[in-house]
Design a protein around this ligand. Structure first.
Ligand code: ADP
Ligand code: MG
Length: 471
């Protein structure tokens, strides 16, 4: 690596770590003291496994090593530094000695300017294109959009805290949530923003438990100014982890730190979540994103095709908007396919027949999505197992009925965009029963070939493959 680049990345890392560390200090006095010492750092660089911090005088080097080394190391780890690197503090003999001995109890040192740093910690990277500018507003999402903008402008404000965005798959929840992160990164670089999925949180929690690293797991989430948790429904998988999330949630909100969550259903439809969490989630602002209407679909497609060559003709965009309605992700797939075919054949006219041909897979899927109603699933499964639909809907727990019942639940959940609420209604069961059934089948499919074959043949009735699972 080029030396300048090496110093630059070291500097960024150092700035992030400093900001994280300072954000953990409780009193103004402690902050002033730390900033005073940090202002005496003249340069940083790393070689091999050692991160060197040079200061303008020996006293500062010794003091930093003695008082701050451990905590700074933790902050460096959180800022993305190498875990096995060590920190070294030494006196930079080339700079002019500038002695500074802070005496907090006498007169505080002059306040150094707050470092313009990027304390941006994100366990998962943000997609650069997921910005507010790239998000197309329409009646289906305007409330969620406005709320997300409000959060990005004024994070931690009571009305929007927490912000809970829910809606079907592929409708832009992750996009909006990351737009908040991207916007804050631009406007508030010293703020520590963390974007994770609930699944990551759960996994990290389990790891921390196993490796006895609970303390640092906890600490890490307490450094954060804005916590973005995607797909919170996954938290339903872990009871103990919910407790931990509850504590983190309370800690952050009492400190007026912002929390944003997304989910496929509204908080009240997260049956396996503790009531106290649900009521916390409902305590801020809850907004739904619905499937976009034709105008918004067209506007989204225009936006996605905007700066792309080859230019996609409007008629093709209209064709896609008209035929692909289920979710934006599918529209993007269809658009990508049209673009590829234009690349192969730039002079193609792309009449409707051509488009029907090129997009056959997408259109077929769309039609079967429409066709695949829960009633039909129940009928098809009943027929396959030689039982009646009313037996599927009953509460009879005979093994020969439980399998088809749960399989029908599984197909409804995994192969249709229906919400948990709708599925529960059509099966005349509670949410938890549906989730339990889906989970039971999921586990069995891993090991029971016969069941996998049954699923395959039922799906085939609808022109579906096992891999057509929505999520
Ligand atoms: P979700 O998290 O709700 O499943 P995503 O946020 O992943 O959905 O969105 C799927 C894709 O659709 C992304 O590429 C996103 O950019 C795009 N998308 C969804 N809604 C919009 C919108 N209103 N404007 C622009 N792009 C959108
Ligand atoms: Mg998402």
């Amino acid at each position: 690596m080029n030396d300048n680049l090496k110093t630059d990345t070291s500097k960024d890392l150092w700035n992030r770590a400093k900001a994280i560390y300072i954000s953990t200090l409780r009193s103004e006095e402690e902050r002033i003291q730390a900033e005073g010492y940090f202002s005496m750092v003249t340069s940083v660089y790393h070689d091999d496994k050692v991160f060197h911090v040079l200061t303008s005088n020996k006293f500062a080097a010794d003091f930093l090593a003695e008082k701050y080394a451990d905590k700074l190391k933790l902050a460096m780890d959180l800022a993305g530094g190498e875990k096995d690197a060590t920190l070294s503090f030494s006196y930079d003999s080339e700079t002019k000695q500038k002695l500074y001995i802070p005496k907090t109890e006498v007169s505080p040192p002059p306040k150094p300017p707050i470092a313009k740093s990027t304390a941006y910690i994100s366990t998962l990277p943000l997609e650069e294109n997921y910005t507010f500018e790239e998000f197309v507003q329409g009646p289906s999402n305007s409330w969620a959009f406005a709320a997300a903008k409000g959060v990005a402008k004024n994070p931690g404000q009571k009305n929007y805290n927490p912000l809970f965005i829910h809606g079907g798959t592929g409708l832009g929840k992750t996009h909006l949530m990351q737009a908040i992160g991207n916007e804050l990164k631009r406007t508030n670089p010293s703020m520590s923003v963390c974007y994770i999925t609930a699944e990551t949180f759960l996994n990290e929690y389990v790891n921390a438990l196993q490796q006895k690293g609970m303390e640092s797991f906890r600490e890490r989430y307490r450094f954060i100014d804005v916590l973005l948790v995607d797909d919170i429904q996954f938290l339903q998988k872990g009871k103990q982890c919910q407790e931990e999330f509850f504590n983190t949630f309370n800690y952050l909100t009492t400190k007026h730190k912002q929390i944003v969550m997304t989910s496929d259903v509204a908080p009240k439809n997260l049956p396996a979540l503790e009531d106290r969490l649900i009521s916390r989630f409902e305590g801020g602002m809850v907004q739904e994103i619905e499937a976009p209407g034709i105008e918004t679909r067209l506007a989204i497609l225009k936006k996605k095709a905007e700066n792309i060559t080859p230019t996609v003709p409007n008629t093709a965009l209209e064709f896609i908007a008209e035929h692909i309605r289920s979710h934006v992700r599918a529209m993007e797939g269809a658009l990508a396919k049209v673009i590829v075919s234009l690349e192969i054949n730039p002079t193609a006219e792309l009449k409707n027949e051509d488009l029907s041909f090129i997009l056959k897979d997408f259109i077929d899927k769309e039609q079967s999505l429409k066709k695949l109603t829960i009633k039909e699933i129940q009928e098809c499964v009943a027929k396959k197992y030689g039982i009646t639909v009313s037996q599927i809907l009953s509460s009879d727990r005979t093994a020969s009925l439980v399998t088809p019942r749960q399989l029908a639940m599984y197909i409804s959940r995994k192969y249709t965009p229906k919400s948990l609420q709708e599925i529960a209604n059509e099966f005349d069961k509670k949410h938890a029963t549906i989730l339990h059934g889906v989970k039971a089948i999921e586990k069995r499919l891993d090991v029971e070939e016969e069941l996998l074959d049954a699923l395959d043949s039922i799906l085939a009735e609808f022109n579906y493959k096992i891999s057509d699972k929505i999520e």
